[in-house]
Design a protein around this ligand. Sequence first.
Ligand SMILES: [Zn+2]
Length: 247
Amino acid sequence: MNRSLLFALGFFFLWGNAATAAEKTHWGYTGHGAPERWGELSENYALCKTGKHQSPVNLSGTVKANLNAIDFSYRPAPLRVVNNGHTIQVNYPKGSFITVDGRDFALLQFHFHSPSENRINGNAFPMEAHLVHADKEGNLAVVAVMLTSGKVHAMLDNVWKHMPASAGGKASPAGVEINAMDLLPEDKRYYRLSGSLTTPPCTEGVRWFVMKAPATVSGKQADQFRSTMGRHTNRPVQPVNARVVLE
Ligand SMILES: [Zn+2]
């Protein structure tokens, strides 16, 4: 199960568009493939409809807990950016990881949504970054960073400069390095809950760590993302059900 999930994720995340274009079930954020219908588009997407631990959520009514700091071991990497038709995604080479719950989760990629998917006490943000990790067994961990309106985000500027304009586009410009550390806010306190992928197949069992402190994105940067990917690249919030959000 985990191995096949990892395999599927590899296709989805690393070869994104090539795989999704070949699928018969087209999902998206508007029209026939809109989030309300994901669960009906394919048997494989059933959890999008029936799951009880779905993401994103509105993070509120949190419970205070002694959460250990996430240990971030990210290294600089050559920029590899893909427009997979759903988002702008930066694929990361081996060697960067987080340590949490006594396990290492390798950073696979990061990507963006607009507006934010998760909400904090009901508040949405112009954008949200997701850093997607997996441990050796294929367990997933996502670190989410809200991007609020403000100063130009220097690292995003570097990525946006090479943003492929159309689905399936890729860029790996020579000599351009980025560091995923530059996405993280200085204050690394977080909310934690168990959730899912926010895109089909909406797989559950994902550890979510949502940074409490936002980073900033300029209006122009947010506009550039939206004009390339569309106004809405966010799944609506899902019921929390019996889950507890730790703070
Ligand atoms: Zn995401």
